[in-house]
Design a binder for this molecule. Structure first.
Ligand code: SIN
Ligand code: CO
Length: 378
């Protein structure tokens, strides 16, 4: 733990660039060696549970998009140049890729969406486009020429007859050739166009930001599931009206007061938000046969307890305290907080740490997470 990007000052980056403007971090990771090979990435794209795509330019159509899982034979049918294979959530499948997240500890971990990795042959690109989320693009192998443009939105014209959202009127304002270890940061909306110069692998660390629509719908769904039918709009202060059709300011105020009652409840908002932001991209596989704490003490003596790759942990500590794991809220006694903090910060509980936990509620909670496959013994 504790790896840091080079040629980079986190506080300065957050102040000047994060969510504000693009920047290049030259040799952010010096002597960078890709944590995955092109062959391993291709192997992942054959797997049923893995989300993968192939984007081919100048094939049978100007742009072709194919979704995985692919057959191994597909690679022998591809042209010499101008194609890209993209694999999502690689952090879930490859621990060495998950370990890259250590470099990004200057941002909340629950803001992360996933790590996508692309492999492209010469000329390979996915067309000029913008994304709705922040992304750090780490050049992993070979070279890619990036053009970065201004901010675009839904009103920008796109290329017709393709499901890919390719900007038809992209204008570059800056150009960079990226080599292994260089990192391009892009805030949401900035147009970008990256073309491989020879074989090229790029790692995209993408972030999660719920839309206002998701926030409103998600929170109101969460709250309304808990409310009985007897809670209703009420107007005991109603006065005589001059027009029975009028919805007056008082009536609107009463509705706003109902809404505010829930929105102003920080604990309620935290309950929903924590669960929502820790929703995993993939469920973990259950661990069978781990029955109770004494079994663990015997069987796993000396082993460190690790957070599974792809699991998402967070906690909220205001007037109340909640832990969140893979989309679930846990109401735990306050003395668990010290362990939750270690798990969130370090992603592991050392053998010397977990084996001295005596509180039964904490043991039960950890046991549950081990059974769910969220935690595992190294
Ligand atoms: C790529 O890796 O080819 C594309 C990544 C991106 O533009 O978001
Ligand atoms: Co992009």
């Amino acid at each position: 733990m504790g790896k840091k990007l080079e040629n980079f000052v986190a506080a300065e980056f957050l102040r000047e660039y994060w969510q504000k403007k693009p920047t290049v971090i030259r040799q952010g990771i010096s002597n960078f060696v890709s944590p995955i090979s092109a062959d391993e990435l291709a192997g992942l794209s054959l797997e049923e549970e893995v989300e993968s795509r192939l984007i081919i330019e100048h094939g049978d159509a100007p742009w072709t998009l194919r979704h995985g899982p692919f057959d191994e034979e597909v690679f022998s049918t591809l042209p010499e140049s101008h194609w890209t294979m993209l694999v999502q959530s690689v952090e879930h499948w490859v621990p060495e890729v998950n370990a890259l997240l250590e470099y990004f500890q200057f941002l909340p971990r629950w803001r992360l969406e996933d790590i996508m990795i692309s492999y492209a042959v010469d000329g390979g690109n996915v067309g000029p486009h913008y994304d709705n989320f922040d992304v750090f693009l780490i050049q992993a192998e070979g070279k890619r020429r990036w053009q970065v443009g201004p901010v675009y939105d839904e009103s920008a014209p796109v290329v017709a007859d393709t499901p890919l959202h390719i900007l038809s009127e992209f204008s570059a304002e800056a150009e960079y050739v990226m080599e292994p270890g260089d990192i391009l940061y892009l805030p949401p909306g900035f147009g970008h166009h990256g073309v491989a110069e020879g074989g090229c692998m790029t790692i995209s660390i993408g972030f999660r930001a719920p839309s206002h629509r998701e926030i409103l719908m998600g929170f109101t769904d969460y709250v309304s599931d808990q409310l009985g039918e007897s809670l209703r709009y009420s107007d005991p202060d109603q006065r005589v009206l001059s027009n029975t059709g009028l919805i007056d300011e008082h009536s609107i105020q009463r509705v706003q007061d109902v809404l505010k009652q829930y929105i102003n409840d920080k604990a309620l908002v935290a309950q929903w938000f924590g669960a929502f932001m820790t929703e995993p991209k993939h469920q973990q596989e259950q661990a069978d046969g781990i029955t109770d704490w004494s079994f663990i003490l015997e069987e796993f003596e000396g082993a460190d307890l690790m957070v599974s790759e792809g699991s998402r942990l967070a906690f909220y500590k205001g007037n109340c305290y909640y832990a969140f794991v893979d989309g679930e809220k846990y109401d735990l006694p306050l003395d668990t907080l010290e362990w939750v903090e270690v798990l969130c910060k370090k992603g592991t509980l050392l053998a010397a740490e977990w084996s001295r936990i005596e509180d039964q509620k904490t043991q039960q909670w950890l046991l549950g997470l081990i059974q769910k496959g969220v935690l595992y013994f190294d």
